[in-house]
Design a protein around this ligand. Structure first.
Ligand code: M6R
Length: 604
């Protein structure tokens, strides 16, 4: 959550910081701020709301010579989204930006307040800069004061601090929240909480590890590990492809990402399919030795794809599978046995709760695998093995193409395991692989489909709620459809197994209750149809998504006639994504940056 940038160099510091924050704005956009130290003096600007407000405020601020600067875009945790709570936070002669949560901030704040320090904000972050300045008063050395401060903090953080006592230096610390530093031939130094702001500026980057802290000057990158030993920076090449991060003529990133699913799924499949086997070069077969069951753990949309995986693993690989919501799992003292393969799923690879469950599994000695979209992310670096989903940068806060590629990876993995466990005949695996090859085409958005959904969307802008219903693997798709709608339309929506309606939820049925019914031809069609008929008989307004015309529906969105339920799954996935998008557009909402949300949830 939140985005952090930092810069040391001769170029236009203000522009560099603002451009970097623009790249990270999807991570939080309650408020933003920058602090620049130039010729011995600080200049600081903050603004509530989106970054344009900060751009407007800083339009007359010029930075032309050597400067050191830090910036932040915020997603509020402690304290309301106000200017006073926006970062950077000021001490007497230092500024700090922080991503994460300082868990012991209340006790530190109490001690500092008793010593006469005045706090301006309600944030946990402000204690960092005051604690540092308190330590600096008792120490001749700035880095010593910073190191002491870091050791006094508990919680998760990525921190940048600048101070007048060392005007060419940025101090940093990372524990639990992502951060990297980049360098270039012009001897500039760039910091950020993800690599996108550095693309085009740096060729080489060092991803900090948990516990790393240190300082960076124009001539030195000094990194210390948790135990205080100095370590060599580990610089690696930064990919320079930024094209995929632009809108390509679509109205919204989310729309572009829905349309892109066809290509990214083709990328996800590339090199991984042979006639009758799935090839995951990144996996050692030893990862599965002695494994009797699989546990999947994730949050949000990734949790829904994990639920899809559980149907596929049990059906095709014949391996007992359970799925957990990461924020629940981490605190319920779960039983973890070494014959369980622990799989975490995350688009970002940084979600705090999911990351924590991965650490728990590792500590318990389980074999671990991550399905992730971001190479070098914290989870990829931590897990024993990883499969990358190859969805490309996903900018819309509402996840679409990441979900699609996750489900594709799980389908492939279920067949890979089926081969290892001899759970499926060779011919059946070959049949499934042939189906997998058809998925990109199933995800293509046709003009007809999009136009029809656009037109229908105007009938679904009110009412007292939506039920998305489906059976089997279409149940997690129903959950995902409901989540998409909630996130960007702010309308109340729930996903339900179709067969569960009569056990309570059907009491809500009336014409103002909208049911989005997923009716695949190739999986439990008759049973699902009866469930929808029950709702129709109680006058719920029904929108059926199916290849088969359904006369009890008020609205009907046809999908093409496919030869397997999984192909129907992907077509329906596109339909529910577009439906949410068009409803949100008609309601005038910010599709890509919906209220109260952030792209990467690196706080618990
Ligand atoms: O990066 P992750 O996949 O770990 O993120 C998990 C959730 O925060 C994420 O899927 C969230 O639910 C999205 N906003 C869904 O659109």
């Amino acid at each position: 959550m939140c985005g952090i940038v930092g810069y040391i160099g001769q170029k236009n510091t203000k522009e560099i910081l603002l451009e970097g924050l623009k790249e990270l704005e999807y991570r939080g956009y309650d408020s933003a701020g920058i602090a620049v130290l130039q010729d011995g003096d600080f200049t600081n600007y903050k603004a509530v709301g989106k970054l344009v407000n900060l751009e407007e405020k800083t339009k007359d601020f010029v930075t032309e010579s050597f400067a050191v600067g830090i910036g932040h875009t915020r997603w509020a945790t402690h304290g309301k989204p106000t200017e006073l709570n926006a970062h950077p936070h000021l001490g007497e002669s230092s500024y700090v930006v922080h991503n994460g949560i300082i868990e012991n901030y209340a006790s530190l704040k109490k001690e500092l307040t008793q010593k006469g320090v005045t706090f301006l904000s309600q944030t946990d972050t402000e204690v960092i800069v005051h604690q540092f300045e308190k330590n600096l008063k008792n120490s001749p050395d700035t880095f010593e004061a910073f190191s002491k401060t870091i050791k006094e903090l508990q919680g998760a953080y990525a921190i940048l601090l600048v101070t007048k006592s060392e005007p060419d230096t940025i101090y940093f610390a990372k524990h639990g929240s992502p951060m990297l530093v980049g360098v270039n031939k012009e001897n500039e130094k760039y910091f950020a909480s993800s690599d996108t702001p550095l693309i085009g500026h740096c060729q080489k980057v060092n991803y900090f590890e948990d516990g790393d802290y240190g300082y960076v000057t124009p001539d030195e990158t000094a990194i210390f590990s948790k135990n205080g030993t100095k370590k060599e920076p580990h610089f690696c090449e930064l990919s320079q492809n930024k094209l995929s991060a632009q809108k390509n003529g679509f109205r919204f990133f989310m729309e572009k990402e829905i349309y892109e699913q066809r290509e990214v799924i083709a990328d996800t499949l590339m090199g991984r399919l042979s006639e009758d086997a799935i090839l995951f070069d990144e996996l050692e077969s030893s990862l599965f030795e002695g494994i009797k069951e699989i546990k999947l753990c994730a949050c949000g949309t990734s949790y829904h794809s994990a639920l899809c995986a559980s149907y596929l693993f049990e059906r095709y690989s014949k391996i007992k599978t359970s799925v957990e919501i990461a924020s629940e799992f981490r605190y319920r003292k779960p039983i973890m046995t070494k014959d369980t393969l622990f799989i975490v799923i995350s688009q970002s690879g940084e979600t705090a709760d999911t990351l924590e469950t991965l650490k728990m599994a590792k500590e318990a000695g389980l074999k671990t695998l991550v399905i992730c979209n971001v190479d070098n992310s914290s989870m990829v670096r931590l897990a024993e093995a990883s499969i990358l989903t190859r969805a490309g940068i996903e900018k819309g806060v509402a996840s679409t193409k990441a979900f699609a590629t996750q489900v594709v990876v799980f389908w492939m993995l279920s067949l890979y395991l089926a081969k290892l466990t001899n759970a499926l005949e060779k011919s059946e695996i070959a049949k499934q692989i042939a189906l997998l090859r058809e998925v990109p085409a199933s995800c293509a958005v046709t003009d007809n489909m999009h136009e029809r959904i656009k037109r229908l969307s105007k009938r679904y802008l009110h009412g007292h709620g939506f039920f998305f219903i489906g059976r089997d693997i279409f149940f997690p798709l129903a959950l995902e459809g409901a989540l998409k709608l909630k996130e960007i339309s702010y309308l109340h929506a729930e996903g339900y197994p179709s067969g569960e309606m009569k056990h309570g939820p059907i009491a809500l049925a009336d014409p103002e209750l909208f049911t989005i019914a997923l009716l695949p031809q190739h999986l439990l069609y008759e049973k699902s149809k009866s469930n929808v008929e029950e709702l129709s008989a109680r006058d719920s307004t029904i929108c059926a998504i199916s290849p088969l015309e359904f006369d009890k529906a008020d609205d009907f969105i046809p999908i093409s006639t496919c030869r397997d339920y999984m192909l129907e799954f992907f077509e329906m996935m596109v339909v529910v994504q577009l439906l949410s998008l068009e409803i949100s557009v008609r309601l005038g909402n910010d599709v890509d940056m919906p209220r109260n949300l952030a792209k990467s949830v690196t706080v618990e």
